[in-house]
Design a binder for this molecule. Structure first.
Ligand code: DHE
Length: 519
């Protein structure tokens, strides 16, 4: 009896050995084990990221299927991601890709302690007493290069690259400057917030504020940075001084329903951050000032719970008739326009009284975050592109009526202008005319010129220099460029090679809340 057990054990062992030797042929690849062996050292066993980015559907964005398999096989140029084509069979690569596309079983937590433990302040950083360059610090322009995850720091007069620093993986949204323009903060989709000292041209440090984040907003006093998160469903408040986590606010409605935060916006005159929520018909306002304005606001709000003055970062919850996304604020930060969930209209919310006061006709999924304003015919107009409509809507901000719909060569993503420029620039991000850039006369509301800087290549996003004399345009390709145009003659002045340059951000235009740029 004993003999037979031993011999059957031996048999099982022999079968196991044969299976192991011929594994890829006889059995389905064990994706989890492959991940643990080849990927977890950088991306963490739980896939939430380590030195490499988080690998979960929420952070992979549009990198699915063959695109994901290609990165696993070939690696990513100019990053630490090596290719595994030599080590892994194609079916093993495919199995890992499917595993990465699978949502996590449980929503992970990210506590104040977790976030603070991730904080990494550079030991080499030494704050300079004054800018270490002769360029005008107010005319520095940053270029986010998503091709190899870097930011280039440009002298806005000579367009010389003063520095180029590595960022966390996949930066999204506009970097936010301290009110004096000295420091800038950038955020990656997997929740890392990096602080950079422009005067010293050095990275100060970074902290992981969330696991899957949307964007950041700077408080008017420069003390706090708010981070909007999808995962977990929270708002993280960081101290800008040392990147320490001050508070993580759970975003839940009545009945405990959690909501992702689509975006957080700064509202300096209100001393608040305003939150767009993805899953709740509410707009949240989080006050950071020392005296939250309870008295002035108390009469008409259906607040839940009531603001307590002793609480740090108290929350006001404003119920709205529909889920609202992608906000645009008037210059006084009293009214906000949000896109309705059906992408067909804009809702105007008066933040002072906490009520919707108008509806704006905005079919075709407006991209309000790119909206800009300018004075026109005795009123102020706001112009926004549409992600699903080849048109730009121009809205009167007093009557909230559409003044004009400007037909374009395709749906656009970004718009920009400058108070010293007679023109508004609008890209055509989607479709066959993605290589075009429209120039709109701000008075006649007509397209006066369409630029075609590099046929066949995506041309997008514009930023002006401090005085508005030049406009910088991205050739949004891996081997792309930033083209500098004379903003008056519309002639090309210079072409700077860049790796998939996306957004560009001029210090002065951002900290002075220039009307021609998004905030
Ligand atoms: Fe963005 C800004 C949301 C896809 C590049 N994008 C923003 C902002 C929001 C937003 C709310 C304003 C935040 C801020 O600057 O503080 N973006 C969204 C989406 O919901 C959307 C459609 C889907 C998503 O996957 O998140 C989306 N965005 C994209 C892209 O695919 C873009 C083109 C490439 C990328 O890098 O992901 C892109 N978004 C940008 C850029 C800005 C931005 C460059 C900053 C523009 C600026 O001038 O301030």
């Amino acid at each position: 009896m004993i003999r037979s057990i031993v011999s059957s054990d031996r048999l099982a062992g022999a079968i196991a050995l044969v299976l192991a030797a011929t594994g890829p042929v006889l059995a389905e690849p064990d994706a989890q084990a492959l991940f643990a062996e080849h990927c977890a050292a950088c991306h963490a066993e739980n896939r939430l990221g380590g030195t490499g980015p988080a690998l979960i559907p929420e952070t992979l964005g549009r990198m699915f299927g063959p695109a994901l398999e290609k990165v696993i096989s070939d690696g990513r140029p100019a990053t630490q991601m090596a290719g595994f084509a030599e080590t892994l069979a194609p079916e093993q690569v495919a199995a890992i890709a499917r595993y990465l596309e699978t949502p996590l079983a449980e929503t992970p937590r990210w506590s104040v302690e977790d976030a603070n433990a991730s904080r990494d302040l550079s030991a080499d950083y030494k704050a300079a007493e004054a800018p270490v360059f002769t360029a005008d610090p107010m005319n520095i322009t940053l270029v986010v290069e998503t091709g190899d995850h870097h930011v280039s720091v440009l002298d806005g007069d000579t367009f010389e690259v003063l520095d180029r620093f590595a960022t966390p993986f996949a930066v999204h949204g506009g970097p936010k400057f301290s009110p004096d323009g000295r420091y800038v903060f950038v955020m990656s989709r997997d929740g890392w917030v990096q602080k950079y000292d422009i005067w010293s041209l050095q990275v100060v440090g970074q902290v992981r504020a969330g696991l899957n984040s949307r964007n950041i907003a700077m408080s008017g006093d420069g003390k706090w940075l708010a981070v909007a998160n999808y995962l977990p469903q929270t708002l993280t408040i960081l101290a800008t001084e040392d990147l320490g986590v001050q508070k993580i606010i759970d975003v839940t409605g009545s009945g405990g329903v959690p909501s992702r935060v689509s975006a957080v916006y700064q509202a300096p005159p209100r001393e608040s951050f305003v939150l767009a929520l993805k899953d709740l018909p509410q707009v949240w306002e989080v006050f950071y000032g020392d005296n939250p304005p309870v008295q002035g606001f108390a009469h008409d709000y259906r607040m839940e719970p009531a603001i307590k003055t002793t609480e740090r970062f108290p929350v006001r919850k404003i119920p709205v008739s529909d889920i609202m996304d992608d906000f645009f604020f008037d210059l006084s930060y009293t009214n906000l326009i949000g896109a309705s969930r059906d992408g067909a209209r804009g809702l105007v919310l008066d933040l002072d009284i906490g009520k919707e006061v108008a509806e704006v006709d905005l079919p075709g999924m407006p991209h309000l975050g790119s909206g800009i304003t300018w004075p026109w015919n005795g009123t102020t107009v706001m112009a926004t592109p549409h992600l699903k409509d080849p048109a730009i809507s121009v809205i009167d901000m007093e009557s909230w009526k559409t003044v004009k719909r400007i037909e374009t060569l395709g749906p656009g993503f970004f718009m920009r202008s400058h108070s010293n420029s007679p023109y508004a620039w609008a890209d055509v991000f989607f479709g066959p005319n993605k290589d075009k850039m429209h120039i709109i006369d701000k008075e006649t509301l007509e397209i006066v010129k369409t630029l075609d800087p590099e046929p066949g290549k995506t041309v997008a996003h514009v930023e002006f220099t401090k005085d508005g004399d030049e406009a910088l345009v991205s050739i949004w390709e891996d081997d792309g460029a930033v083209i500098v145009y004379d903003a008056k003659t519309l002639e090309e002045i210079k072409r700077l090679p860049m790796k998939k340059p996306s957004g560009k951000y001029n210090v002065w235009n951002k900290i002075s809340f220039e009307a021609g740029t998004s905030h």
